[in-house]
Design a protein. Structure first.
Lengths: 266, 309
């Protein structure tokens, strides 16, 4: 009976942890299979333990090149989307102007649209223009769909900002530019950083829009897609595992640092 | 009573209306908006216009296309590909319901029961994002493999007999069946359900739970009458964030499904990139967009949360 009561009380916890397991299972599989030595071209069945792929992560033709291209595009898309998005967010929160509703829905629509629709319509534009598909068309597309996410992230932060802080700065004879640089920007920085990180992640992992607008240019997701048809090298799993380990380490370090800071303040 | 009066007053709504109007720089907002909006108009709105125009053109790749207001393309596209449309809506809806059922307990756990483990659990929810979603979707090929332990166990427990009878799987296979595709869709979009749910659950004052308990509500009644209604904004935005991308997805159907599980995204992709039948592809994409917009609008109206953005 005690067990039944315990089960009743912790049912939510158990169900939640099971869901977490479902979310993490593929990552575990990716990690385990990065140590596999597959027979044949596909890495779907466990054969034997081997660290070959880890010793030679760039041993597959074109893979590391595609990875570098993806990183490059993600950095530029992040910079572009963060700049344009932050400006829009400030305008939306700080100013009254006409056509606010139109602007809001123009920001919302790309997020409410299936990616395949945006991808296909952008391709019709590029085809009609006779544009050469490649790096630039991918970058244009990525900035376009990352923009709205940056606006939402920055807007949330700027909205929760106390406007009196800026008024105080101006009472202390700071000019508008100085106020912006010394007060507004530092307070908005976490929102801008969140938006920028989101843009980077979205661009780096984007497949559908890139699939339509890349021509013969191969980004990392495009490489994985091609590999899924031709044969999956173990090195894909190595990259996948390394990326998540590095990212989780960064997050944990950032958390530890911010914990220390709050403790020092307290 | 003392405990009640000690509760913090709700923060005054700090809308932009309260702020003093700025006299200087009346054009400033327009300058701030201009570059970003120009980008969206050029690369989001204009493509839609081009797509609409392409869908009513006729011609061939060699001789070029001309606008001939050939609306028959729409009729032909719908009559040929309606099964894929229906399948997309069905799969996306099933994945959304599954995401809600699976995601709610985890979001609840994060908001109310995680204690000092909360940050770690949040990192674990976001962690999968750092590995390319294509690689993670391919991992499902291993998990659901025909001779793998999971399918073996399901077969031994006669679960596969039931799912085959329902038409979700075929024989003793899970891969290349609707079940595999829905499983992949659910997996891929689950975090988009969990995070909005968590945000809205996290805003709920735990004292409301205590109050409900003091008023003799059983835990389930508390959930039904207090927690769930207050989490509705999260439910609405979570379901939208899951359903919309799932309905247009073609990656899961391609990697985990078969020719019998093709969704509308697959059709648009092949028409555009392999068959190069641009008018049909544009018409299909236009219909998908219109269908999603209508469904989303009706859904938002009915659920009464119009301030999503």
């Amino acid at each position: 009976m005690a067990f039944v009561n315990w089960l009743k009380r912790n049912l939510v916890v158990i169900a939640g942890l099971l869901t977490l397991g479902y979310l993490l299972l593929p990552n575990v599989v990716v990690m385990v299979f990065s140590f596999n030595k597959p027979k044949g071209r596909f890495n779907y069945q466990w054969q034997e333990f081997s660290t070959d792929a880890w010793k030679d992560p760039c041993g597959v033709a074109d893979m590391c090149g595609s990875l570098a291209l993806s990183l490059q595009i993600a950095v530029w898309a992040m910079i572009g989307a963060t700049l344009l998005g932050t400006m829009i967010a400030f305008a939306l929160v700080r100013y009254r102007f006409r056509a606010r509703g139109v602007v809001n829905s123009l920001i919302f629509l790309p997020m409410a649209m299936p990616e395949v629709v945006m991808a296909a319509s952008l391709l019709t534009l590029f085809l009609n223009m006779g544009a050469q598909l490649g790096f630039w068309t991918i970058l244009i597309a990525h900035i376009m769909f990352c923009l709205s996410f940056v606006v939402v992230a920055v807007k949330a932060r700027v909205m929760s900002m106390d406007p009196r802080l800026e008024q105080a700065a101006q009472d202390l004879y700071a000019g508008p530019f100085q106020t912006f640089l010394r007060v507004t920007l530092p307070i908005a920085a976490p929102g801008i950083a969140a938006g920028a990180l989101l843009a980077f992640a979205l661009s780096f992992d984007d497949f559908i829009i890139t699939n339509f607008n890349s021509g013969s240019t191969v980004t990392f997701p495009m490489f994985v897609w091609g590999a899924a048809q031709r044969g999956t090298p173990v090195q894909i799993n190595v990259i996948g595992t390394a990326m998540s380990v590095i990212a989780v380490l960064c997050v944990v370090i950032a958390m530890v640092i911010s914990n220390r800071r709050t403790r020092q303040k307290a | 009573m003392a405990a009640l009066t000690r509760a913090p007053a709700p923060p005054a709504p700090a809308g932009p209306e309260q702020r003093p109007p700025r006299r200087r720089g009346r054009l400033t907002p327009y300058w701030l908006l201009l570059p970003g909006l120009l980008w969206l108009v050029l690369f989001f709105v204009l493509p839609m216009v081009y797509q609409a125009s392409t869908s009513v053109q006729t011609g061939s790749l060699e001789e070029g296309y001309k606008v001939t207001w050939h609306f028959v393309t729409y009729w032909e596209a719908v009559s040929e590909y309606w099964p894929q449309f229906v399948r997309s809506v069905l799969y996306a809806a099933s994945a959304t319901v599954l995401c809600l059922l699976l995601g709610y307990p985890l979001a609840y756990l994060l908001a109310f029961r995680a204690g000092r483990w909360r940050n770690l659990l949040l990192v674990l929810v976001i962690a999968p994002f750092f590995t390319s979603f294509l690689i993670r979707t391919l991992a499902w090929k291993t998990i659901l493999a025909d001779n793998g332990p999971l399918v073996g166990a399901l077969d031994a427990l006669h679960v596969l007999d039931v799912t085959s009878w329902l038409g979700w799987t075929s024989g003793d296979r899970v891969l290349a069946t609707p079940l595999a595709v829905v499983c992949g869709l659910t997996y891929n979009f689950l975090p988009f359900m969990i995070l909005p749910l968590y945000t809205s659950l996290d805003r709920i004052d735990p004292r409301l739970h205590e109050a409900a308990g003091d008023l003799y509500a059983r835990p389930f009644t508390t959930f039904r009458k207090v927690t769930f209604p207050l989490s509705m904004p999260g439910v609405v935005s979570g379901t939208l964030l899951t359903f919309i991308p799932a309905a247009g997805d073609y990656v899961n159907a391609d990697l985990l499904g078969s020719t019998d599980t093709r969704m509308i995204g697959n059709v648009i992709q092949t028409q555009f990139l392999r068959i190069l039948d641009y008018p049909t592809a544009a018409a299909l994409s236009f219909i998908l967009m219109a269908a999603i917009l209508v469904m989303v609008t009706v859904y938002i109206r009915r659920s009464g949360t119009e301030d999503l953005v």
